[in-house]
Design a protein around this ligand. Structure first.
Ligand SMILES: [Zn+2]
Ligand SMILES: [Zn+2]
Length: 383
């Protein structure tokens, strides 16, 4: 990276990319800038004065980081912030941000999408007042106690830059001796300060469970609850990351939550079977009342009863070779005089199957239900 871009260059880059005349890569090459710099510029992450968003707080509720913000998730994230504030000295004393040494501001990366600021006192004030985002950057939060890491919202008062400077000068004149007594603390909003505390592990679990149920269409108790989440596996089963498993199946999670289990407490040999009355929604249902633990054998028997077992061309492995294709091959092989028979290898090459597979089809050892003539023959046979 050579130098930072001038406003004129930045404006030109935005124009070129927005109008579609140039790609970001081309602009980056023309300005001898890195692609990531151009990308941030075009997306309004930098040079925000050119986008008219300078000074604005960006809070997206954690979407950027893939955090689905359910009320429980929000509660957990706020509680985790307050967990880092030392409130042991009581409601009137200073509440320093843990880990800060000396008279410095506390910093928290999580504050960025919680409140639009990484300063711990700004985050504390915003959360305690129940604001959606921290006050505008032109509004400064004055520490009435002169103690920068303090996160007690009663010690913070919105003010102007001038007032804040006056505070600094007064503190210097007095000779800073540590946190000051606050004679006129900031009054709490109606309903009091909103400070969330509790057992973090319990709140995290509640948050995780709420994120799971947010992906399920929870209907009446006796109805099927389809998966409406985005992630599914090849067979259409809902899946999500859960308790360290990258691709845990949704109905197994539903079963585990309902029975107060951890996923790893369900042995991998145990199948969670669908007992749904509605065959349409079978396999896509996450209603715990429709789910039952069983063995693989029980599941196969269950599928046979309900006619939901996959065989032949409806099985995922059989989809490439429909019944009609196999029937045709059998006819071409068995319904002609022996001298005119195509070789098994040529048949296999023609449809892209293995010689063994074709041989088994011809013998009738597999895909019986496809129909057509079958007969005995030698594997080497190619008369
Ligand atoms: Zn204080
Ligand atoms: Zn169901």
């Amino acid at each position: 990276m050579r130098h930072s871009l001038t406003d004129a260059q930045a404006r030109w880059a935005i124009d070129e990319v927005r109008s579609g005349r140039m790609t970001q890569t081309a602009v980056a090459a023309a300005l001898q800038a890195t692609l990531s710099r151009i990308n941030q510029l075009v997306n309004g992450k930098t040079y925000r004065h050119l986008h008219g968003t300078a000074g604005q707080r960006i809070t997206d509720g954690g979407k950027l980081y893939g955090l689905a913000e359910t009320p429980e998730t929000r509660r957990y994230r706020e509680a985790r912030f307050w967990d880092r504030v030392d409130m042991t000295a009581g409601p009137h004393a200073c509440w320093p941000f843990k880990g800060v040494t000396g008279n410095r501001y506390g910093l928290t990366a999580a504050g960025q999408n919680l409140a639009g600021s990484t300063c711990s006192h700004v985050v504390a004030y915003t959360l305690a007042c129940g604001l959606p985002a921290a006050p505008d950057r032109k509004v400064l939060l004055r520490h009435l106690c002169d103690f920068k890491p303090c996160c007690n919202p009663a010690h913070l008062r919105p003010g102007t830059k001038g007032e804040n400077n006056a505070d600094t000068w007064r503190a210097r004149k007095e000779g800073y001796t540590g946190a000051r007594e606050v004679a006129d603390p900031e009054p709490p909003p109606t309903g009091g300060w909103k400070i969330i505390s509790g057992e973090l592990a319990v709140m995290l679990r509640a948050s995780d469970e709420s994120r799971f149920w947010a992906r399920v269409d929870c209907r009446a108790d006796d109805e099927c609850w389809p998966w409406i989440g985005r992630t599914r596996n090849h067979f259409g089963y809902g899946q999500m990351r859960w308790e360290g498993f990258q691709t845990a199946l949704a109905h197994r999670i539903a079963y585990a939550i309902h029975h107060g289990l951890r996923l790893k407490e369900i042995p991998s040999t145990t199948v969670i079977m669908h007992k749904c009355p509605d065959p349409e929604l079978r396999n896509n249902c996450n209603n715990p009342r429709h789910l039952q633990a069983g063995t693989s054998a029980e599941n196969i028997a269950d599928k046979a009863i309900h006619g939901t077992d996959c065989r032949g061309e409806t099985h995922h492995l059989g989809r490439r070779y429909p019944d009609a294709v196999i029937r045709k091959i059998r006819e071409r092989y068995w319904l002609v005089p022996e001298v005119e028979r195509p070789t098994i290898t040529s048949l296999a090459n023609e449809i892209g199957a293995t010689v063994t597979a074709v041989s088994n089809w011809l013998k009738g050892d597999s895909r019986k239900e496809a129909g057509g003539p079958t007969g005995p023959h030698r594997l080497t046979g190619s008369s």
